[in-house]
Write a protein that binds this ligand. Sequence first.
Ligand code: FAD
Ligand code: DLZ
Ligand code: SF4
Length: 509
Amino acid sequence: MNIALILGDQLSQSIQSLQQLNKQSDLVLMAEVGAEATYVAHHKQKIALIFSAMRHFADELAKQGWQVDYHYYDETRPQLTLCDVLSECVRQHKADQVFITECGEFRLQDEISTTWSQRLGIPVTLSMDSRFLSSKAEFAQWVSNRKQLRMEYFYRDMRRKTGLLMQDGEPVGGQWNFDSDNREPYRGDPAIPSRHTFQRDKIDQDVLALVDRCFGNHPGQLTQFNWPTTREQALFALDVFVNHQLRWFGDYQDAMKTSQHFMFHSLLSTSLNCGLLTAMEVCIAAETAWREGNAPLNAVEGFIRQIIGWREYVRGIYWLKMPAYAKQNFLRNTRKLPQYYWSGNTDMACMSACFQNTFEHAYAHHIQRLMITGNFALLAGVDPEQICEWYLAVYADAYDWVELPNTLGMVMHADAGLLASKPYAASGSYIHRMSDYCKNCRYQVKTSSEHDSCPFNSLYWHFISRHADQFQKNPRMSMIYRSYQRMDDTKKLALQNRAEYLLEHIDEL
Ligand code: FAD
Ligand code: DLZ
Ligand code: SF4
């Protein structure tokens, strides 16, 4: 008998390990284990999502005639690892071979490929994860042909490969990228559609109770849990997004508004990343909306770019550069992560709004992650490992392959610009322009060095000044360095004093 171990983020009918089994004679194993649920302090909703989606997927397989051995979380043995459960299963069934689809995180992939076969005493065959459009080998090949890595060129190749938004070998609309039409601030119109509430079945309810009981010390709340936990629900969420929100996605992709946690974003990353949806079907649904006149090209192109461009690109970089990538710290940052990242308690209204979203929903949209909580960590010089751990823990869509390049590379610039040619550092003016947060804040966004000035302002100039060696020759930053050089010395000193005061009292903001 052969066993296929299907992991919590491999919940796809097309998963490779399933194709290698014989339905009549072989066995599918799925296991809820403490080791995976606690290797970082995952948000309660993330654990609930994975356990519930795993249970639903196992039921689906069983209904299709697969023999499934499902290991429920064992409250009496919270330390169990996947390999512990697998070895019990191998022993019990006297299995000949184990099939596993390569996993998303280096941590586990490395452990499986270097130790499991020996530990189990039978061959463990790892197969490629064909759910991604670009395999690790194809990405490495793509990189080897270029002097400079740019996501935009990779994205164009993915458009050619998939045929998405292409006509006769050319991009539809005559250009590859419509970003210049996107990124408006939001002024209250059009109305943001409210999010659909999913009915919770017995499986969901059991899992929510289990997580509440066993992972009560993990961050976040369960009360607003509303993630799709079945493929059917995920397809419904895709349909609602494509037909009711996608048309505004491009225009308001970067906009933020108090109490509007989701804006016009899709919330599909959790379903994509655990396997309930495939990247291609999501993109085809978006393309169809454009072809049928239900969404404009700028929105659809922008959305598809995030998936076949950024999502595939960061995965490529991750596998190309791991494990050394995780240790990079180009800016030599060492500051401890301020305590409000875990408690949510801060007077900075923008940060507080993002923390609220994060803890209530295990979600924040891209600009909240990049330009608020990420930007602050960059300006404050937080140790990349600590901020990476935070992002991996608190978002329901977080897996190392996608979280690490986004945080360490895009946000913290710790990879010396491999992912982003300039740091995404910004002062309070950017936040003021793209949101309404500042009007409810105890800090003043218009000033920089007063006792109540917006912390982002002086910290921004402190960042610019302290990293002049790394960035002043960067052509994309030359304008900002010229502005800084033109600033008079009294102003520079006042900014410096305010920033240093803030850094000394960073936990109290
Ligand atoms: P939408 O805004 O609706 O975008 C559509 C889809 O595009 C997303 O579902 C996602 O699959 C993809 N996408 C968009 N941007 C990116 C990106 N930069 N990288 C990869 N895929 C992207 N995304 C994750 O899926 N998991 C993570 O752990 C994660 N960590 C992040 C950490 C930081 C610091 C930052 C700045 C970004 C991170 N992202 C991560 C990317 C992005 O923020 C999320 O994919 C997005 O917010 C998910 O919400 P959504 O489904 O509503 O996305
Ligand atoms: C994230 C997660 C959690 C919380 N729990 C489990 C689990 O109990 N069993 C399982 O198979 N997978 C889980 N996962 C997802 C894995 O951590 C994920 O497959 C690896 O990190 C590789 O991407
Ligand atoms: Fe954030 Fe500064 Fe605006 Fe307050 S004033 S919300 S801290 S940007």
